[in-house]
Design a protein around this ligand. Sequence first.
Ligand SMILES: C[S@@+](CC[C@H](N)C(=O)[O-])C[C@H]1O[C@@H](n2cnc3c(N)ncnc32)[C@H](O)[C@@H]1O
Length: 193
Amino acid sequence: MDRNSLTFQFLKNPFTVGACCPSSPFLAQEITSFTGLENVSSIVELGPGTGALTGAILKKKAPDARFFAVELNVSVLETFRKNFPEVKVYNESAVNLPEIARKEGLARVDTIISGLPWALFPDALQNELLSAITSTLAGDGWFCTFSYIHCPLLPAGRLFRKKLDENFTRVETSSVVWKNLPPAFVYRCRKCS
Ligand SMILES: C[S@@+](CC[C@H](N)C(=O)[O-])C[C@H]1O[C@@H](n2cnc3c(N)ncnc32)[C@H](O)[C@@H]1O
C-alpha cells in the first residue's frame, strides 16, 4: 500500500486523519455546490488530505480567486502536491490559519472549506480551530464542512453541532450524500444571515 495514501496514514494516525478513504466526487460536488463560490475572491481548504475535494474547488472557483490549503500530515501532503502542484499548501495545523492568512496578505478569507475530522477532536481543539476559522472568515463568508452520517450520534459530533450554532448565525445542513464511504452530509455556516 502507498505510504502516502489517506488509507495508510489513517491506519497510522486514526485520530488526526479520521477517514479510511478519501471523500467521493459526489461529496466534493455537494460541498462546493453553494451559490456564490464562483464569485468569491479567496478560498482556503483545511485538511485537504490527498485532494479529494480540491479538484471540485478548482473547477468552481473564479480563475483569479486566491486559493491555498493547510494540511497537517506530511505524508498525504506529498501525494496532494503530486496531484495538485498548482495549489499552494502549508504543512501546518489549521489552528494557525489567522497567521497563515496574514502571510498570504489576506485580512479575511471569503470561503473556508474543511475536510477536518471534527468528531474525533477533543473539545479544546474544536474550540481552537473554530476560533481560528471565525476570526479569519469574512463577515458574510461561508464556512463549509462535512460530517459522516453517524457523527451527530457521538458526543463529540453533538458538541461540534452545538459549537457551530454558537459560532455562526446560520447553520444549514445538506441532504445525505449516500454515495460516500461512510455516507455524509455538509454543514454550511455563515456568521451573518
Ligand atoms: C477526514 S480526512 C479528509 C481528507 C480530504 N479532505 C477528503 O475529504 O478526503 C482529514 C484530513 O485533515 C487533516 N488534519 C487533521 N487535523 C488537522 C489540523 N489540525 N490541521 C490541518 N489538517 C488536519 C488530516 O491529516 C487529514 O488529511
